[in-house]
Design a protein around this ligand. Structure first.
Ligand code: BV8
Length: 246
C-alpha cells in the first residue's frame, strides 16, 4: 500500500485502505436523470398507493393497473440517460481493481438500467429490472422493452403469462446470499441516494457495521439510516459521487 500522508481525511484513508467496496444505490442516484424517486415530494408512491401497484395481491386484484404502471415506467426509463453519478461509479468499478486489486459491487434497489448504460460491469439488481419480464408459465426471464398490458406471448414458451420482473413488497429480494457474502468480504460500505425506508436493503448498513466495515452515506438529505453511518455527505449525487470517487 502507498504510504498514506498523515493529513488525509478519514475517508480518503478508508478508500486507500479499502480493498473491496460494496455500494448500495437507490432511486436518488437516478433522480437527476429524470427518473422519479419514490418518497420525495411528488414521487412515484404519491401518485399511487404501494398497495395498489407494487404487491402480488395488487397484481392478482387488478393486473391491468399494475401492468400499466410498469409499462409506463419501462417506457420512461428508455428515454433517460445516465448522469455523472452513474458514470463515476462505472469508472470506480472498472479502475479500482487495477488501482488496488480489490473489487467493487454495486447493489442497486433501482430497476432502471442506468448503471449498466453508464458503463458499470458489476451490478446486482436486488429488486429486479424493468427491462426483464418474468414468465409465470416457464419461469424464464426474457429481456423486455415493450409493454405487457396486451398479454404478449412469452418468447420462450408462447404462453401469455408475462409479469414485470420486479420484486414487489412481500416478495423476496434477489440474490440476498450474494449480497451478504459481498458485505462480509468488504472493507467499505457506501450508500447512495436511498431513504433507508425499505428492508432488507435498509438493514445492510447495520450488517456492515457489525462486521467492522467503514460506512459512508452520500445523499441529498439525511435518511432514516443516517445515524448508522460513520459519515454522511449531503448534496446531489451528480456532484458528491464524482467528488468522492475522483
Ligand atoms: C422482503 C419495487 C422478506 C420495484 C420495491 C424488516 C425486514 C424485512 C422486511 C421488512 C421489514 N420491515 C418491513 C418489511 C417489508 C418490506 C418493507 O421494507 N417495507 C417498508 C415500506 C417498511 N420489505 C419487503 O417487502 C421486501 N421483501 O422483506 O421479503 C425477506 C426479508 C429479508 C431477507 C429476505 C426476504 C421487498 C422490498 C422490495 C419492494 N420493492 N420496489 C419498483 O416498483 O420500483 S421498493 C422501492 O423502494 C424501490 O425498489 C426503491 O428502490 C426502494 C427504496 O426506495 P429508495 O430507492 O430509497 O427511494 P426513495 O424515494 O425512498 O428515496 C430516495 C432517496 O434519494 C431520498 O433519501 C432522497 O433524499 C434521495 N435523493 C433524491 N434526489 C437525490 C437524492 N440523493 C442524491 N441526489 C439526488 N439528486
Amino acid at each position: 500500500m502507498a504510504l498514506l500522508t498523515p493529513f488525509l481525511p478519514c475517508f480518503m484513508v478508508a478508500m486507500k485502505r479499502s480493498r473491496n467496496i460494496v455500494i448500495l444505490t437507490g432511486a436518488g442516484i437516478s433522480a437527476e436523470s429524470g427518473i422519479d424517486t419514490f418518497r420525495s415530494a411528488g414521487g412515484l408512491w404519491e401518485q399511487h398507493r404501494v398497495e395498489d401497484v407494487a404487491t402480488p395481491e395488487a397484481f392478482a386484484r387488478d393486473p391491468d393497473l399494475v401492468l400499466r404502471f410498469y409499462d409506463m415506467r419501462r417506457e420512461a426509463i428508455q428515454t433517460k440517460e445516465p448522469n455523472p453519478a452513474h458514470l463515476a461509479l462505472a469508472r470506480l468499478d472498472r479502475e479500482w481493481p487495477k488501482r488496488d486489486g480489490g473489487q467493487v459491487l454495486i447493489v442497486t434497489q433501482n430497476v432502471d438500467d442506468l448503471h449498466e448504460r453508464g458503463g458499470a460491469l458489476n451490478v446486482l439488481h436486488m429488486h429486479g429490472e424493468h427491462l426483464n419480464a418474468w414468465c409465470l408459465a416457464c419461469d424464464s426471464r426474457p429481456r423486455w422493452t415493450g409493454t405487457l398490458i396486451d398479454r404478449p406471448p412469452c418468447p420462450v414458451c408462447s404462453e401469455p403469462a408475462l409479469r414485470p420482473d420486479i420484486v414487489w413488497f412481500g416478495e423476496v429480494p434477489y440474490r440476498m446470499d450474494e449480497i451478504y457474502e459481498a458485505v462480509a468480504a468488504a472493507d467499505l460500505f457506501v450508500s447512495i441516494g436511498t431513504s433507508g425506508a425499505v428492508y432488507p436493503a435498509a438493514g445492510l448498513v447495520r450488517t456492515a457495521r457489525e462486521l467492522g466495515l467503514q460506512t459512508l452515506e452520500l445523499n441529498l438529505e439525511r435518511s432514516q439510516g443516517s445515524a448508522w453511518f460513520d459519515e454522511t455527505r449531503l448534496g446531489p449525487a451528480s456532484e458528491i459521487v464524482p467528488a468522492w470517487v475522483d
